[in-house]
Design a protein around this ligand. Structure first.
Ligand SMILES: C[S@@+](CC[C@H](N)C(=O)[O-])C[C@H]1O[C@@H](n2cnc3c(N)ncnc32)[C@H](O)[C@@H]1O
Length: 410
């Protein structure tokens, strides 16, 4: 039975992948400091000894495999790139705590046979490769032969563009290790989206305005980087720990429910008619020619209300209701969201845009709904659930790596 220690365990993508790869194993200990990740880990994988802060661990129990997906914040291009120099006190420099524990294991004569590292692709960039090579050389001085490769989740049937560097180090070994062949992408992003989501995931007008801002600020044009996915998108961008906060994050565009279109009225002119699709979707957006007023039926003496661009309207059973048109009110309307629309100028704006839900982020990290239900039963907040997903490793990729390791008679 393979004895495993997960350093920087997070929610245990490692343990999950070992299970899925059908490798008999026992997690003898983990090291993790985030209380929500620990709670979730234990929900998913059962009770396990947590040794806590890696800095405070004196030595590790005997094990065959250590995994160490140490914090990437100071290596990632989306962070400040402070690096992971020894004694630099950055989150990423916790790598050198692994060195300290390996030294101790060497002293005790119980170096693990395998080490598995995961970090961002940038660790093998021109800037960080020299230090990474120092690390590999150190491992080699202990007797490890290391093999690393950048793998992308999208090549392992998960529609997320997530490139990560994986490294396997094997003790007293002079053969080769082949990383798994890619499996291709059969699942699309659309297939992983929830059919109905809460109103709160939809972007406010304010955020859309912010994200679409085309002002050129020293070459930076935010609006150009705001690229919500549409029905054609096959792959999500990398899931981050705080998705939906930046214009560059994953957003999905959905077709809107209704449209108000000019239709020829037979007298050479046009009449505008509201067309509402059958199935309700949040935040209906309707369209009207700029500067035009549309007449919306409602239960008043006049029988209609005038709506202009920017006005919110109720689209459900309008002729039985009053107050159907809300002047410039859409962001503040607090009601069942499936029957609200806003009048816009262009039919290309017939879309709704929303962030990904925590469940979608977890799906995009390779978890199925049954396991997600277990993870979410730990009662963590959405902020925490997003963070855990963004920090983790795509299970499918790890599973394939572990399958390749079966070659070693685990
Ligand atoms: C990149 S994540 C790894 C996630 C993990 N691979 C998973 O499957 O979810 C890094 C983890 O290291 C943890 N961490 C940060 N500082 C730590 C420390 N001093 N000791 C132990 N864990 C730490 C973080 O809380 C975070 O969960």
């Amino acid at each position: 039975m393979l004895k495993v220690i997960e350093l920087f365990a997070g929610v245990g993508a490692q343990a999950e992948a070992l299970k899925q790869a059908g490798i008999e194993h026992e997690v003898v200990a983990i090291s993790e400091i985030d209380k929500y990740a620990i709670q979730t880990y234990r929900k998913l994988h059962g009770w396990v000894t947590n040794l806590g802060d890696i800095k405070a661990i004196k030595e590790l129990p005997q094990a065959d495999l250590w995994t160490y997906s140490f914090p990437c914040t100071d290596i990632s291009i989306s962070g400040q790139m402070k690096g992971f120099d020894k004694n630099s006190n950055t989150g990423s420099s916790l790598l050198w705590e692994v060195q300290r524990l390996l030294e101790k294991a060497k002293e005790n004569g119980n170096l693990p046979r395998f080490l598995l590292m995961e970090n961002v692709k940038n660790i093998v960039s021109k800037r960080f490769l020299p230090l990474f090579t120092t690390w590999i050389d150190y491992l080699s001085s202990l007797g490890y032969k290391s093999f690393y490769k950048v793998l992308n989740a999208r090549d392992f049937n998960v529609p997320q563009n997530r490139e990560r560097c994986f490294m396997i180090s094997i003790l007293n070994y002079d053969g080769v290790f082949n990383f798994p062949e890619t499996t291709g992408l059969k699942v699309t992003l659309q297939e992983l989206l929830e059919k109905e989501v809460d109103e709160k995931y939809f972007l406010s007008d304010r955020f859309i305005k912010y994200a679409c801002d085309m002002e050129n600020r020293n070459g930076f044009i935010r609006g150009k980087r705001f690229r919500p996915h549409d029905g054609e998108s096959k792959v999500a961008y990398t899931i981050t720990t705080n998705p939906g906060g930046r214009a560059t994050d994953n957003f999905v565009m959905l077709p809107a429910v209704g449209a108000i279109r000019g239709r020829p009225n037979g007298n050479g002119g046009y009449t505008q008619k509201l067309h509402v699709k059958d199935e309700p979707i949040v935040n209906t957006i309707t369209t009207v020619q700029k500067d035009n007023v549309i007449l919306v039926p409602q239960a008043t003496k006049a029988g209609y209300a005038a709506a202009e661009v920017g006005d919110g309207i109720y689209t459900n059973r309008m002729k039985y209701k009053r107050g159907v048109v809300q002047k410039s009110m859409i962001p503040t309307l607090k009601t069942s969201c499936s029957d609200i629309g806003v009048v816009v100028t262009d039919k290309d704006e017939l879309i709704n845009i929303r962030r990904l839900t925590p469940r979608e982020c977890w799906r995009l990290m390779g978890w199925d709904d049954e396991r997600i239900d277990v993870a979410f039963s730990s009662g963590s907040s959405e902020t925490q659930l997003y963070k855990m997903a963004g920090n983790s490793i795509v299970v499918n990729v790890l599973k394939r790596i572990f399958e390749s390791m079966k070659f070693f008679d685990l």
